[in-house]
Design a protein around this ligand. Structure first.
Ligand SMILES: [Zn+2]
Length: 480
């Protein structure tokens, strides 16, 4: 192996790629270039993404090593209750949607002192990336194509033009030998929303991507010591039911502030959707406060104009797996069959305690470290849920209540344009399990936050101390 100064790293996001669909195509010998140039010397590692499992937000772990909660970006939409004073136009900066005009603000909403991979490795290039903090302007490639073709494809599913543009640029940068390359291929995610993860049009996107990897290899992309990671930011699953949380709240007399038109007279709740498999609910938006309302406060009638049965009502709606809120030192999880608690024990352990129901469907309670919980929950209905629920409430911009969709459902009907036939954003396995393939073997399971320190160590760049990720060993692979 050459010296660290000669090493390069490449992180390719195949947005929305499902690990099981990918593995099936590999097994059927349909991804021959990927098999030859990546998997032959490395492999696929079992992996989970972050909650909410949604595009943009779920890119942050790769580039910062931190969870969305640590990044203070708890979803693709959020409301800052400490600063939103109810003047919907003058205070609009304190209500966020990264879908639309505010998309670029994701670069500024991150804590200023948090370094990105682009900051830490100045010789970085990004292709078709929505996140660009720390990148020199000439290093931000396929920027216009992303805006123009990505915008059109969102309504037409015609992602081929954009995919090929990113592919051509990837081949070009192969010759430029940058130390770090970050490339986003949005087609699998975009096309799957129109169909389902197994649809022929979706499978074609994987195959076309495999051709791009073949071209990239021919252009010298894999030459030298180039740690190459092929990952997804989340999986996807078919949606047969849309339960619109805003409509359900209006039905019990609560005026709701929501996107895209955030004006609402005297709202009692704000509903911020991510994915569309999860929703954050903020009570009494417009009345500024520094603390979030706890489940106990809500259920004891301590929130003016909000009924005490609200958490149970939301948990009882069809398509809802659970409602989560803070309570004392921990979290209260409510499903239609009962409730459970998650407590941080203070020494790095998380305690899961079913009270009247095993909401996380783990077969019982337990006390484990965050890392142990990943191993123990990887193959359960809600992979990594104990750590993921805690991290999202770390953000002061997270809602009072987080509503999690169950398999087969999402939480938006009005304004879901175009209608999503598949979705993500929830805590369910199909959304949380994601693709991590590499041309070197990685010991798993891993979280997507772990790849940031892995890349830095490989490039011999000091890893920032205050991150959530832990670099996995480059070594034995536990195959799925
Ligand atoms: Zn995505």
């Amino acid at each position: 192996m050459t010296s660290a100064a000669d090493r390069r790293a490449t992180l390719i996001i195949l947005d929305g790629a499902c690990a099981d669909v990918f593995a099936d195509l590999v097994a059927a010998c349909e991804l021959t270039s990927i098999s030859r140039h990546l998997l032959a010397s490395g492999g696929i590692t079992p992996a989970t993404t972050v909650f909410p499992s949604t595009t943009g937000v779920a890119y942050l772990p790769f580039l910062t090593g931190c969870y969305p909660g640590t990044c203070d970006i708890p979803g693709i939409r959020w409301l800052d209750v400490a600063r939103y004073g109810g003047r919907w136009w003058r205070d609009r900066a304190h209500v966020r949607s990264y879908c639309g005009l505010q998309a670029g603000l994701i670069n500024h909403d991150l804590p200023h002192q948090m370094p990105t991979l682009f900051d830490l490795e100045p010789d970085s290039v990004a292709l078709c990336s929505p996140f660009k903090r720390g990148l020199a302007p000439d290093r931000d490639r396929v920027r216009l194509g992303r805006t123009v073709w990505g915008g059109i494809a969102h309504y037409t599913a015609g992602y081929g033009v954009l995919e090929r543009a990113v592919g051509r640029e990837l081949c070009r940068v192969a010759a430029e030998r940058h130390r770090f390359v970050f490339a986003v291929f949005p087609g699998v995610d975009g096309v799957t929303h129109f169909w389902d993860p197994q649809h022929p049009d979706v499978l074609s996107m994987y195959r076309e991507f495999d051709d791009i990897i073949g071209d990239y290899a021919a252009a010298g992309g894999f030459d030298g010591d180039n740690l190459t990671l092929l990952v997804s930011d989340h999986g996807l699953a078919r949606v047969d039911r849309h339960t619109d949380i805003s409509i359900e709240l209006e039905a019990i007399g609560l005026p709701v502030l929501r996107h895209p038109v955030i004006w609402r007279r005297e709202p009692k709740a704000a509903v911020m959707v991510s994915g569309n498999g999860s929703v954050q609910v903020y009570l009494r938006p417009g009345v500024t406060r520094s603390e979030r309302y706890t489940i106990t406060q809500i259920e004891r009638g301590g929130v003016d104009g909000v009924p005490t049965f609200l958490p149970r009502y939301l948990a009882s709606l069809p398509g809802v797996a659970m409602v989560v809120g803070t309570d004392g030192p921990g979290l209260c999880l409510i499903s239609r069959s009962g409730r459970a608690r998650l407590l941080a024990d203070g020494d790095g352990h998380i305690r899961y305690a079913p009270e009247t129901a095993d909401v996380l469907r783990l077969g019982g309670g337990g006390v484990h470290t965050e890392r142990e919980w990943l191993e123990r929950t990887l193959d359960t209905p809600f992979p990594d849920a104990p750590a993921q629920l805690f991290q999202v409430f770390r953000s002061r911009r997270a809602g009072d209540l987080v509503v999690v969709a169950e398999a087969g459902s999402d939480l938006r009907l009005d304004w879901e344009i175009p209608e999503h036939h598949s979705g993500h954003g929830s805590l369910i396995a199909d959304h949380m399990r994601c693709l991590v393939a590499c041309n070197m073997p990685i010991a798993g399971p891993v979280r997507t936050v772990d790849l940031f320190p892995l890349i830095l160590e490989y490039l011999d760049i000091p890893v920032p101390q205050e991150i959530d990720g832990v670099a996995p060993r480059l070594g034995a692979v536990r195959r799925t």
